[in-house]
Design a protein around this ligand. Structure first.
Ligand SMILES: [Zn+2]
Length: 144
């Protein structure tokens, strides 16, 4: 009679893929800003063309990217979205829902389902892995 030991069963079972920590809403905003190639000051300039309110805009943009900070309302997120492409509904889901209900977001550029592909004007994001879009893989290959 054959008895499998616990060790032989464990060695025959493939290891699950490594778990990624959940994407945080402040990380999403930073990834989208960096994918747009903008600094905080450039974002503030776009949010507030008037010099008098620009430093307030810079403080807001910086606050929204601060680790642990979650905007309770959409108004500041919509102001950021006027400066660079981001999806306010993705932000809300990352900020308000448990991780198992988060949308797929690329860890390289912050793209999500309805965004256009990095480096391509009219192509929606496609995925090579659960957390990486094809545009980021192409950028890594191009940079290598
Ligand atoms: Zn990407």
């Amino acid at each position: 009679m054959f008895h499998a030991s616990a060790a032989s069963f464990a060695s025959a079972t493939p290891a699950p893929p490594p778990m990624m920590p959940p994407m945080k809403p402040w990380e999403y905003l930073r990834l989208r800003r960096e994918a747009a190639g903008l600094s905080i000051d450039e974002v503030a300039r776009r949010m507030s063309p008037k010099l008098a309110t620009r430093s307030e805009a810079a403080r807001l943009a910086e606050l929204l990217e601060t680790r642990g900070y979650r905007a309770l309302h959409n108004k500041p997120i919509l102001r950021l979205a006027s400066a660079y492409p981001l999806d306010p509904s993705v932000y809300r889901q990352l900020a308000d829902l448990p991780p198992e209900q988060h949308p797929a977001v690329c860890r390289g550029c912050g793209s999500s389902y309805w965004d256009t592909q990095r480096g391509a004007e009219h192509v929606l994001v496609s995925w090579t892995a659960p957390h990486t879009c094809t545009g980021c893989v192409a950028a890594q290959v191009g940079a290598a």
